[in-house]
Design a protein around this ligand. Structure first.
Ligand code: ARG
Length: 403
């Protein structure tokens, strides 16, 4: 009996060549899977191409809402920015796609799964770890990495077999989903050269953005956005809408020197209009609601969370444990944040919450204040005690020397 392989199929060159290779060189049946998490490509066209290349079956799985609710929302609660910059779109998408591959493989009785990652990036780590953790019996093949295919060889192969694959001339490597767009390679490999306007699709160039600022009011409940400008929206529509509005103002361009899991530094350019607005607003709202102790500890947890997700360990129990802590902090994270968008810039200009810890009577400089200033004197004596002790000791030592 021919072996069956379940392949994550994007419709692009690498995975199209792989479909044919598996049949021709390895004598395997190929089942293709395309998981929609907002790549905006034509899913029917992809399905047809898979069939034309000889896939015995194709799955088109719509996981857009699942991606928003189970992957992006936890990232919002975690204010997730890898190395303080990257909102992790690709990193969040991979474990979801991997879990669908495993599901299909189990359903179809296949013992091999395959994906199009190279051997130089993070995606191979994310796919492989998730697949191995969910089903250790599955064998994994990443054709580009494992067969060491080069682009030229692939193009040669496409021509020789007259495969129905469009060979795009794009010099950039692009990955996009609902949460954002990542662009790498080509001229971007020189970290000093400014990205050409052609790389941007979601964000307007600054000389084309509106000359008037625009306000955006984001409403959160349980730490996640539920409404924009007073209008309730489902998670997917809300993210799409904010992407559009903020993109019009040129917001969300991130140009980042990034440390990959495999040790390489790479220059990454991102477009994340909605993520930039939503995370900024969410962070601000938390500052109104959480105690300083919660905030300080949460920021450590957030960094660890982002690192685990970036480095492919979505399925690790530590990520799940940190998630439980983060979720617990979100129970009162409810309220509204007003953002002002203008010429690529974003400002929080107002925030309110029924669970605010801001107390006007304590904070005001007016005479009505209930804060007893005299209490500060004793507080400062004790607060500064260790520092004062250390300073007077070192003065003594300087004067007397050590005996
Ligand atoms: N550097 C990002 C990450 O590792 C994005 C990678 C996107 N992939 C691409 N082919 N452009 O998550």
């Amino acid at each position: 009996m021919r072996e069956k392989v379940v392949l994550a199929y994007s419709g692009g060159l690498d995975t199209s060549v792989a479909i044919k290779y598996f049949q021709e060189k390895y004598n395997m049946d190929v089942i293709t899977v395309t998981v929609n998490i907002g790549q905006l490509e034509d899913l029917n066209e992809i399905a047809e191409r898979a069939k034309a290349l000889g896939a015995i079956k194709h799955y088109s799985i719509d996981a857009l809402n699942e991606f928003a609710v189970n992957y992006i929302f936890p990232a919002i609660k975690a204010n997730a920015l890898y190395e303080g910059k990257y909102p992790l779109g690709t990193a969040l998408g991979r474990p979801l796609i991997a879990s669908k591959l495993v599901e299909v493989a189990e359903k179809e009785g296949a013992n091999i799964v395959a994906h199009g990652s190279t051997g130089k990036g993070n995606d191979q780590v994310r796919f492989d770890v998730t697949i191995k953790a969910l089903n250790p019996k599955l064998k994994i093949i990443a054709p580009v990495r494992d067969w060491n295919l080069s682009r030229d060889e692939e193009i040669e192969y496409v021509k020789k077999h007259n495969l129905p694959v469009e060979i795009k001339k794009s010099i950039y490597s692009i990955d996009q989903n609902l949460w954002g767009r990542s662009i790498e390679s080509g001229p971007l490999e020189d970290p000093y050269s400014e990205p050409l306007p052609e790389v941007f699709q979601w964000t307007k160039p600054l000389d084309k953005t509106p000359d008037q600022p625009e306000y955006l009011e984001l409403e959160f409940k349980g730490g996640v956005p539920i409404a924009v400008n007073g209008q309730e929206m489902d998670p997917v529509s809300l993210i799409q809408y904010v992407n559009k509005v903020a993109g019009e103002h040129g917001i969300g361009v991130i140009d980042h020197m990034e440390d990959r899991v495999v040790g390489i530094k790479s220059r990454e350019v991102y477009e994340y209009p909605a993520a930039t607005c939503i995370i900024e607003a969410h962070k601000d709202l938390e500052k109104l609601i959480l105690t300083r102790h919660q905030l300080a500890f949460k920021s450590i947890v957030e960094q660890q969370w982002a690192w685990l997700v970036y480095s492919g360990l979505w399925v690790d129990p530590l990520r799940i444990d940190l998630q439980a802590f983060i979720d617990s902090t979100q129970r009162y994270v409810e309220g509204k944040v007003k953002l002002k968008l203008y010429k690529g810039g974003l400002r929080v200009v107002g925030r309110k919450s029924p669970y605010s810890l801001y107390n006007y009577a304590l904070a005001t400089y007016e005479s009505k204040s209930i804060f007893d200033q005299r209490a500060a004197i004793g507080f400062i004596n004790l607060w500064g005690l260790p520092s004062c002790l250390a300073n007077s000791m070192s003065k003594e030592v300087k004067k007397e020397g050590i005996h």
